[in-house]
Design a protein around this ligand. Structure first.
Ligand code: CO
Length: 496
């Protein structure tokens, strides 16, 4: 009886949470500019309602009773223990703090948009300063062991510490940095074919076809346009992905679609019967990103995937790609070159972008770096790690949305996700006979089914590292990514 009472309370909380998600999705896709202030107010009010529902004493009582209930099954027990954890966390914040955070985030997001548009960091700076101060307070409220940044990391990748990320980037420095250096010294790849004129409508249709081929269900989701592609979900039957279309760069749309499509498939694969409960939620951002990266890189940037799909590309762009081959298309999409913008970086130098953001965030939370010094610090790091000059803040420190959302500790999950992806894909190849052949034929069903079975359907029943061990027999291991990178790029660049 009391478990069903718990379930219905959680569903109510989820209803509020997902209503907020609808408002946020709209804020980034269709909301007119002048709607911003009232929207911020609406989101702030709802975040207060959400927090109140989550911190009701009655829920606390229910959770402590159910924690001692031996008649529950394993999934129910997991739902109780994970909710109790969230409950205790929510209890650390006052409703005033939660509302203030929500309002500050909305203001900061608006300021970031306008600063990016005007290439003027000073528009953003005071709002970001306010937000960073709040985030530091949040660390103290949440509590942490060791580095204060651990409190932020824990929000996105539970159990992962600053030291873990440092160790991972140590391997990146040791293995990936010299490998990229070797690539730079080799004969370079020409990717000019992506920068011809590709009309918007055709690109859109092509993207939809790729999503359908992956198995994205358009009766349980849709795609729209936003300046920063993202995925959000209101339940497994209503999953929203967004993309961007640049008529002068076909690659932006293709790999945004596939990437967000990978996130979307994960959301559509979560068990709807667990709506509002932890076992109906994604494990962590790192695991979420492993799903998008696996589709984007391990599948979507492979020769196998384009063996057939290049003809599809030619169907949409017969003139633009008239002279090109699948092989040339494959090489072009895998050109490795240090660049300014993280989201359009190749899959190797990508991790240098993340390293920079990680170091910046760490320094901010150690009080070693002030918000006002961010642009100069950013530019210096890009020179140091990528060897490039940053021409404008719009193409530098203002490029990403994350900090304006108060998402600190989020970026490292992108690298973690890529490394998980390589490890999972290795396992999928072992377990699915003829997988590469199937991909060559444009048949992606068994791969999706494998991901559904191994990852999606479990929700948060396993932690990220438990799940990884269960699937692959070992913990996250960077060498899967590095071996994948070595094999693929040595062939493309003719390295021995
Ligand atoms: Co992603």
């Amino acid at each position: 009886m009391s478990y069903s009472k718990f379930e219905s309370h959680m569903k109510k909380i989820a209803d509020v949470g997902f209503a907020m998600a609808v408002l946020s999705w709209d804020q980034e896709t269709y909301m007119p500019e002048k709607g911003a202030d009232f929207r911020a107010q609406q989101l702030s009010t709802l975040s207060g309602v959400y927090h109140k529902l989550f911190t009701e004493d009655e829920l606390g009582k229910l959770l402590s009773d159910l924690s001692a209930d031996a008649s529950l099954n394993e999934q129910q027990k997991k739902n109780i223990s994970l909710t109790l954890e969230s409950y205790q966390k929510q209890k650390k914040f006052t409703t005033e703090f939660v509302e203030l955070m929500s309002k500050t985030v909305s203001e900061c997001f608006q300021a970031w948009q306008s600063a990016k548009e005007k290439n003027d960091f000073s528009v953003y700076q005071p709002k970001l300063e306010k937000l960073v101060e709040l985030k530091k307070q949040e660390c103290e409220l949440l509590g942490y062991e060791g580095h204060p940044y651990n409190a932020q990391l824990n929000e996105y990748e539970k159990g992962t510490t600053t030291a873990d990320i440092e160790k991972l980037f140590e391997e990146v420095r040791k293995e990936l940095v010299p490998f990229v250096k070797k690539i730079k010294e080799a004969q370079q790849v020409d990717d000019a074919l992506f920068y011809r004129d590709y009309p918007k409508d055709k690109q859109w249709d092509f993207g939809i076809e790729l999503l359908k081929q992956m198995g994205f269900d358009f009766t349980s989701g849709r795609q729209d346009i936003s300046s920063h592609p993202f995925t959000t979900s209101f339940n497994p039957y209503d999953v929203r992905v967004t993309t961007r279309v640049n008529e002068k760069d076909l690659s932006e749309m293709i790999w945004s679609c596939i990437h967000e499509g990978g996130h979307g498939l994960y959301e559509q694969g979560l068990p709807a019967g667990q709506y509002g409960l932890p076992c109906g939620e994604a494990v962590s951002l790192g695991i979420h990103e492993s799903q998008s990266r696996l589709w984007e890189n391990n599948v979507g940037r492979s020769m196998a995937y384009w063996k057939k799909n290049f003809n599809l590309a030619k169907k949409y762009f017969p003139e633009q790609l008239q002279q090109d081959t699948a092989e040339g298309f494959y090489k072009a999409m895998n050109k490795v070159e240090p660049s300014l913008i993280r989201t359009s970086a190749d899959e190797l130098t990508y991790h240098f972008h993340i390293m920079i953001r990680f170091e910046i965030e760490k320094a901010l939370f150690e009080n070693k770096l002030k918000v006002s010094d961010l642009p100069a610090y950013w530019n210096a790091k890009y020179k140091e790690y990528l060897g490039i000059d940053v021409p404008t803040d719009t193409k530098g420190v203002l490029q990403d949305i994350h900090w304006s959302h108060g998402s600190f500790g989020y970026f490292p999950t992108y690298s973690i996700g890529s490394f998980y992806a390589a490890q999972f894909f290795d396992q999928a190849k072992k377990e699915i006979p003829g997988l590469v052949q199937q991909i060559e034929n444009g048949d992606l069903h068994s791969l999706l089914n494998w991901l559904r079975e191994r990852i999606h359907r479990h929700g948060r029943f396993y932690t990220a590292s438990e799940l990884c061990e269960k699937i692959t027999g070992e913990k996250l291991n960077f060498s899967h990514f590095m071996n994948y990178a070595r094999e693929k790029y040595s062939a493309i660049y003719g390295l021995k």
